[in-house]
Design a protein around this ligand. Structure first.
Ligand code: NAD
Length: 495
């Protein structure tokens, strides 16, 4: 039974129908800007998962046989519906996640790009063939869908990250189950309502809400062929091991600690603006957010002063206010965790050049705010050097030269993204060539691959082989079948 019936109900969408979750356990969903209770989310029930897998499996044979050119017609409709409802979706994202409306619109644009890209599936899923591999024998590779696939996604991009997977999965002919983050379930409710309006056959896309138990039920269910996961590295390791033990195809995009290097020849004003957007945008809750800024040579003090001034001047408040530049973090627990990490850094010897703890925003006194924070001199041996803070905290470090800066990046366990700001092509090329990270930015603060490229990630930031988006998504969501054919000429006389 739903614990507070006056609040909006989070429902599951299974086999083309909205269903009240069977779970007895419910969690709270808060508006991070006000602290107000928005609703309750089911924490999961393996029965809901089983029903979703059954519906997806029943829909698979006819969906798989639907020509790709017909499958993508639903995606064209979805693209238009997402465009037409962009403002309402952005508002929902802002209310449940806290990011600003501009950031919410931005994530929707990135999500829509994936829908557009998946519309190219009739070309993208083509195989290849070779006549006369041996005289009179032809060989071909064809791609076929896997069956039922599922995606388990995080809180920080409630629409975009599910859309890294959903369009490709169904365009390739699979049927799909989405398991959104239990902290932001309302956005996907709305997206699925739009999907329903495309007329997609029942069971092709299903939505199951819940937390870890729901995710584990999906990973364990023998009817699910592949798991796409995005979230923290700890959870990613568990998901990867569990899915592999169950013999499933699995891709896990995980946590991060991204560095930016500012060379002495960088244009300081532009670099400051871009690095500030990267470190403090979405309140630092982006897996591509810059977390450590490494200055090389004489630029250190100028950069420190200019980033500190920018951090101190950013307007913090409710994401619904168009003049606000940075919203709250996701939860009270996150706020406390981030503040504790700042305190730990300072205790270990870092200087809090701009200290964002204890933030109070007028009119939003119960919100989960941490103001932009800039720390200098975090000791290399401090756990903070390698901990993913996932909040608006930028650490400043200094390197004698590019070699030392690259060594600092390489010493980090994560490898999601790294950027360099420089006017030197040589420095940029060395950086691109040598830095062990999956997404590299040159004079770019958030090295976010467009939908046509894989969303890469190395080391502790990714477990698996194939990433989300682009060609990788097509590879992930299809199985290769090789056919070898022999039609002997001598048989001609038989007909
Ligand atoms: P999270 O790991 O807490 O949760 C992510 C999802 O996994 C949720 O749906 C959750 O219900 C589920 N989950 C949690 N623990 C699980 C477990 N043990 N087994 C199975 N499922 C589990 O992550 P979050 O706090 O929602 O998101 C923030 C994290 O995601 C950060 O670490 C961030 O860097 C990472 N992230 C990575 C990328 C990327 O592309 N590399 C993108 C966005 C976010």
């Amino acid at each position: 039974m739903h614990p507070a019936t006056s609040l909006p109900e989070v429902r599951n969408y299974i086999g083309g129908a909205w269903r009240t979750p069977r779970t007895r356990e419910w969690g709270d969903i808060h508006d991070p800007a006000t602290g107000n209770l928005l609703g309750h989310v089911p924490l999961g029930d393996a029965g809901d998962v089983a029903a979703a897998v059954e519906a997806a499996a029943a829909a698979f044979p006819s969906w798989r046989a639907t020509p790709p050119g017909e499958r993508i017609q639903y995606l064209f409709r979805l693209k238009q519906l997402l465009e037409d409802n962009l403002e309402e979706l952005a508002r929902t994202i802002t209310i449940e996640n806290g990011k600003t409306l501009a950031e919410a619109r931005g994530e929707l644009r990135r999500g829509i790009e994936n829908v557009e890209t998946a519309c190219g599936i009739p070309m993208l899923t083509q195989g290849y063939n070779l006549e006369d591999v041996v005289g009179g024998i032809d060989e071909m590779m064809i791609r076929q869908p896997l069956g039922v696939v599922a995606a388990i996604t995080p809180f920080n991009f409630p629409a975009m990250i599910p859309l890294w997977f959903l369009p490709y999965a169904i365009a390739c002919g699979n049927t799909f189950i989405a398991k959104p983050s239990e902290r932001v379930p309302f956005t996907m409710q709305k997206v699925i309502e739009l999907i329903e309006r495309t007329g997609l056959p029942p069971g092709v896309i299903n939505l199951v809400n819940g937390g870890r138990q729901t995710a584990e039920a999906l990973i364990d269910h023998p009817g699910v062929r592949a798991i796409s996961f995005v979230g923290s590295t700890g959870a990613a390791r568990q998901v990867y091991a569990r899915a592999a033990a169950n013999g499933k195809r699995v891709q896990c995009q995980a946590g991060a600690k991204n560095h930016v290097v500012i060379m002495p020849d960088a244009e300081i004003e532009g670099a400051t603006q871009i690095i500030s957007d990267s470190a403090f945008g979405c309140a630092g809750q982006r897996c591509l957010a810059v977390s450590v800024a490494v200055t090389v040579g004489a630029i250190h003090e100028r950069f420190r002063d200019s980033i500190a001034a920018r951090a101190a001047s950013l307007k913090v408040g409710s994401g619904l206010d168009d003049t606000v530049e940075m919203g709250p973090v996701i939860s009270r627990e996150s706020q406390r965790r981030i503040e504790a990490l700042i305190a730990e850094g300072i205790r270990e010897g870092a200087r809090g050049i701009v200290d964002g703890r204890g933030a109070v925003v007028a009119g939003y006194e119960d919100g989960f705010f941490v103001r932009p924070t800039v720390l200098e001199g975090v000791p290399l041996e401090s756990p903070l050097t390698t901990t993913e803070i996932f909040g608006p905290v930028l650490s400043l470090a200094h390197a004698r030269d590019l070699d030392e800066a690259i060594r600092m990046i390489a010493a980090n366990p994560y490898g999601n993204a790294a950027s360099i700001f420089t006017a030197s092509g040589l420095a940029a090329r060395r950086f691109r060539y040598e830095v062990p990270a999956g997404n590299i930015g040159v004079n770019v603060g958030i090295a976010a691959p467009m939908a046509w490229f894989p969303f890469s990630g190395w080391k502790d930031s990714f477990l698996g082989t194939l990433h989300g988006q682009g060609w990788d998504a097509v590879e992930f969501y299809t199985d290769k079948k090789v056919v070898i054919e022999r039609w002997p000429r001598e048989w001609t006389r038989r007909f």
